[in-house]
Design a protein around this ligand. Structure first.
Ligand code: BGC
Length: 570
């Protein structure tokens, strides 16, 4: 490879017909409402994305993944979709979408959109029809309606707790005004779950996949891909933590998660993806047992599956090494490449996680849905987070990730070294249902969704001409793009350099572990002489022979300091 890509990486990146483009792509996640606001209404929009295409190109990414931009009441940040085949008027129009896609393609950047097939919003036409049509109607069969328990059906069908808290059943009022049936929702009550036993649901999502594929999108991120098919047999009613997934079964027979028949859906979708040239790609958001990822990632299925293992890991050499080895092996089983990620719109930014007092146990509970109270309680107050250490480790971890075979997912703002915004978001400004439905326990995910600072001065720090739908703290000024662009030592300059080198050096999807000076150092090489060395320990270590290409922190007397990664060409 190397010679070809190294000779002219821009040609390789611009080749939109390359069917294998995704295997080692760097994908940048955009949370559209918080990226850039072109019309100054305080909400990011698609024109804002278009206006920032030069920035995205300079960053050196291969693709963007856009979180939902569909019409939505924003009961769950857009993951409550009113209409899967339109753009939220607050964010733009279909024409804006086409313009954005064309501009991204022109810059050699592919477009991945988010598909939310587990649930719609409660404002979706189908759901309104279902409520209006009454018991036993075909319209109700598109969702999961049940009669309640108790003498008058006043109790929910079972005691399961939804992921955002509260019951997973919501009672409706029947068209005649009487209290009526209950519907099932894994997440918020505004997100009724579809009934995937219904062929109409299948047909409608196929239409949606074709709709966006025809508009030129290159791929899809599939939300909650492991949750679509369900078996709500009362025999499972006694299971307490059934929705949290804590009791994941490994036999494909769990009532909710990772049921074997979910793959029948993805086999249908694969046929659709393959109707296009190049085939559309898909990546599953599937929180399943690691060895069960392969089916989601198979070429008869979605083709790729997220692996969140590094995101959930401690910053420790042994843990990273095991995770990397395991996932390369799982990927080999599926024939797909794996995906790596440290930050996204659901978790505390990794520059903050790594700055917590404890370097230990950053378990799922601390990271997921939380941010907030849980890590504030477990890891110390926010003002005790060591942001310098956090950023230093985050850069080291990211540089390591960018050297791994497979695709790398980046989340908007991490290239600026942004920290999570914590208690500075007052309760009345919070938007995440996890906050409202779990009062006092979780502060939710708003802290990683605060609009980006593009300029160090001015209203909303250059996000737009108006305000910002989530308040930006003053310290955002220090992280602004305009200041970082001028500074060769900034986090942004570091990301740009790392991405450019990744393109130049990337080769066959192979990795070899190399001997390292001690157990806290991970050293691996890729074909073509690309070496990556990360020092997870506390004392500087000598680097092997070779040309130093990039280090996430300055060397100290020629040694690689603690919490740093270096790339060498040997
Ligand atoms: C998305 C979340 C969303 C949930 C429900 C997730 O996996 O990433 O942001 O709240 O699905 O759609």
């Amino acid at each position: 490879m190397t010679s070809m890509l190294a000779a002219d990486s821009s040609v390789a990146r611009n080749d939109l017909d390359d069917a294998l483009w995704w295997r080692q792509a760097s994908v940048y996640q955009i949370y559209p409402r918080s990226f850039a606001d072109a019309n100054g209404d305080g909400i990011g929009d698609l024109k804002g994305v278009t206006s920032r295409v030069p920035y995205l190109k300079a960053l050196g990414i291969d693709a963007v993944w856009l979180s939902p931009f569909y019409p939505s009441a924003l009961a769950d940040g857009g993951y409550d979709v009113d209409d899967y085949r339109d753009v939220d008027p607050k964010i733009g129009t279909l024409e804006d979408f086409d313009e954005m896609t064309a501009a991204l393609h022109q810059a050699g950047i592919k477009v991945i959109v988010d598909i939310v097939p587990n649930h719609s919003s409660d404002r979706h036409t189908w759901f309104l029809e279902a409520v209006a049509a009454g018991r036993g109607s075909a319209a109700r069969e598109r969702y999961i309606f049940r009669d309640g328990k108790g003498e008058h059906g006043e109790l929910p069908p079972n005691n399961w707790t939804a992921i955002f808290g509260g019951s997973s059943w919501q009672r409706i009022t029947e068209p005649d005004g009487t209290p009526g049936q209950w519907y099932f929702h894994l997440f918020a009550p505004e997100q009724p779950d579809f009934n995937w036993k219904n062929p109409e649901v299948h047909a409608d999502f196929e239409t949606t996949l074709r709709f966006w594929s025809d508009r030129g999108v290159d791929g899809f991120r599939i939300d909650v891909a492991h949750g679509l098919t369900k078996n709500l047999d009362p025999a499972f009613d006694h299971l307490k933590s059934v929705l949290s997934g804590q009791d994941l079964f490994e036999d494909g027979q769990h009532p909710i998660w990772d049921r074997d028949e979910v793959h029948d859906i993805y086999a249908e979708w694969r046929k659709i993806f393959n109707e296009y040239t190049p085939p559309r790609i898909a990546v599953a958001e599937a929180w399943v047992e690691p060895h069960r990822r392969a089916r989601y990632a198979s070429s008869e299925g979605l083709g790729q599956s997220f692996n969140f293992d590094l995101l959930q890991a401690d910053f420790r050499a042994a843990d990273f090494r095991k995770i990397i080895g395991d996932n390369l092996a799982f990927a080999a089983d599926s024939g797909a490449s794996t995906t790596w990620v440290f930050s996204n719109h659901d978790v505390v930014r990794h520059a903050t996680r790594y700055g917590l007092q404890r370097t230990g146990a950053q378990d799922e509970a601390q990271i997921m849905n939380v941010g907030g109270k849980q890590w504030l309680l477990d890891g110390g107050r926010q003002d005790e987070v060591d942001t310098e250490l956090g950023l230093r480790r985050a850069k080291a971890a990211t540089q390591l990730m960018l050297a791994l075979p497979g695709s790398a997912y980046l989340y908007q703002g991490e290239e600026l070294g942004l920290q999570e915004v914590g208690e500075e978001i007052a309760d009345e400004h919070r938007q995440d249902p996890a906050f409202f439905r779990n009062k006092g326990v979780e502060i939710g995910r708003d802290g990683c969704r605060v609009p980006l600072p593009w300029e160090s001065q001015g209203s909303s720090y250059g996000f737009g001409a108006g305000g910002s739908h989530l308040p930006q703290p003053q310290w955002f000024s220090r992280y602004a793009v305009d200041a970082q662009e001028q500074d060769p030592a900034s986090t942004l300059s570091f990301y740009r350099r790392a991405m450019a080198l990744r393109h130049e050096l990337q080769s066959a999807e192979e990795l070899a572990w190399e001997a390292s000076p001690n157990e806290h150092v991970l050293h691996f090489s890729r074909p073509g002489g690309w070496h990556s060395i990360t020092n997870f320990g506390t004392t500087p270590v000598a680097l092997p022979e070779g040309e130093l290409l990039l280090a996430s922190a300055p060397l100290e007397d020629g040694l690689l300091p603690a919490n740093a990664t270096a790339w060498l060409r040997a």
